[in-house]
Design a protein around this ligand. Structure first.
Ligand SMILES: C[S@@+](CC[C@H](N)C(=O)[O-])C[C@H]1O[C@@H](n2cnc3c(N)ncnc32)[C@H](O)[C@@H]1O
Length: 214
């Protein structure tokens, strides 16, 4: 049990997802073996569906880590489309650059080094989709900064919003996460109740919020 879905449900759902091509599968396994916090497989599958259904061609991502989701999303777009992704850890930034080069995607994925709270203001362009997957306490700030760059009808995805179930019930909240959980709850209220957006919160992986910008 991971407090969101029973393990047998997640295992079953994941067993239905077709493997990606071998190189990408091996990269996922390497990341998992190193216990890196990359997107859950079922979240990736949903993101791929959104990308294909909406014909997404420009993505902004907050939180690159070693580049798995950026590479995954880039592949999901097919032969064209670009990803701009932001990472504040020097170590992960350099790892991401190496991995992106290994997949020969350096001409389509632009990794920006620095704190997204500052870097996002400097990113230029209009995006079809944003993927927010970085410091959970700052989701509202990331969202608002991405919002100004979204086309009308664009989608903002926010990962880990249920935060191991803590967002949904005080009974699961551990003391050191109180502020983070409060911020996530306020964030979900904001994106769910503001009339500019339509949001659906899915119990997929660690919780994924899908927001349509009207
Ligand atoms: C969950 S990981 C991202 C995983 C990645 N999206 C994937 O699925 O492959 C979160 C990353 O966000 C980075 N991060 C956290 N807060 C950040 C911030 N304010 N600005 C930029 N990067 C941040 C962390 O260093 C970490 O590498």
């Amino acid at each position: 049990m991971d407090n969101i879905n029973r393990e047998y449900i997640s295992t079953y759902i994941n067993s239905l997802i077709c493997d990606e091509e071998e190189k990408l599968e091996n990269f996922r396994k390497e990341c998992e073996n190193m216990k890196l916090p990359i997107i859950h497989k079922e979240v990736g599958q949903f993101i791929k569906l959104i990308i294909r259904q909406l014909g997404v061609k420009n993505i902004i991502e907050v939180g690159t880590n070693v580049g798995y989701s950026a590479i995954f999303m880039c592949r999901a777009m097919g032969d064209s489309g670009r990803v701009v992704t932001v990472e504040r850890s020097d170590k992960f930034y350099r790892e991401a650059l190496k991995n992106i080069e290994k997949f020969s995607l350096d001409d389509r994925i632009d990794v920006c080094f620095g704190d997204a709270l500052e870097v996002l203001d400097k990113v230029e362009g209009i995006f079809d989709m944003a993927f927010i997957d970085a410091a959970k306490s700052s989701y509202k700030i990331f969202f608002d900064k991405c919002l100004s760059k979204m086309k009308s009808g664009g989608i903002i995805l926010s990962d880990n919003v249920l935060y191991q179930g803590m967002t949904a019930t005080d009974g699961l909240v551990v003391r050191r996460k109180k502020t983070l959980v409060r911020n996530l709850r306020n964030y979900l209220k904001y994106i769910s109740q503001d009339e500019r957006f339509i949001t659906s919160v899915l119990p997929l992986g660690d919780g994924l919020a899908v927001t349509l910008i009207k």
